[in-house]
Write a protein of this length. Structure first.
Length: 192
């Protein structure tokens, strides 16, 4: 969701280096502001990471999707991170990082499924609740990615957002980028 073929070892320096996902889309909107504000986006996302692998002035974290997906994909049950461990590790990450940051943005995990009765959607909503609670407790901005996905699902089918309900299409990345920009108070029309 974040890696999207970013440059290694560090995804920075050009839009192509940021990968082809929502991070590059956010950069495209922020680019006109770069001359006025010292903004430098770095994509350090790693495909397949869970909350266990997490270690700037501002930090944006979208984690939890793989933690939940591993509970349902039947590939590696040991890789699944259950809610109590997820909350504990995430809390520790924030506690260690927050004092050194000017700002923190927490992005709720999502599942591209409109039925809240679906077992994976119910679990993803549980993890989203953990992220909302952590954001409130630590004074972080919250990007309610699931709410943005839900609004998009009212307009069309899941395949246009994420064919496997997890990995976004370009349209899905645009939805995530827009939710991020709305949460930080920057619209694509901004000319600050």
């Amino acid at each position: 969701m974040t890696d999207c073929d970013r440059l290694r070892p560090v995804g920075e320096g050009s839009r192509a280096a940021l990968g082809h996902g929502y991070v590059a889309a956010v950069d495209a909107v922020l680019a006109p502001l770069h001359a006025k504000l010292p903004i430098r986006l770095i994509n350090m996302g790693i495909s397949g990471n869970t909350v266990r692998e997490l270690g700037p002035d501002w930090l944006s974290v979208m984690i939890g999707i793989n933690d939940v997906w591993r509970q349902f994909d039947g590939i590696d049950g040991a890789a699944a991170v259950m809610p109590d461990e997820f909350a504990r590790i995430y809390e520790g990450l924030i506690a260690r990082s927050r004092p050194r940051l000017k700002g923190l943005v927490l992005m709720a995990p999502y599942f591209v499924q409109s039925s809240r009765a679906d077992p994976m959607r119910r679990r993803m909503d549980e993890y989203g609740g953990i992220v909302r609670s952590l954001a409130a407790r630590h004074g972080a901005l919250l990007v309610d990615t699931q709410a943005a996905i839900d609004r998009a699902l009212e307009q069309g089918e899941f395949e246009s957002i994420a064919g496997d309900r997890v990995h976004p299409t370009q349209a899905g990345h645009a939805i995530i980028a827009r939710a991020f920009l709305d949460s930080i108070g920057v619209s694509p029309d901004s000319r600050r």
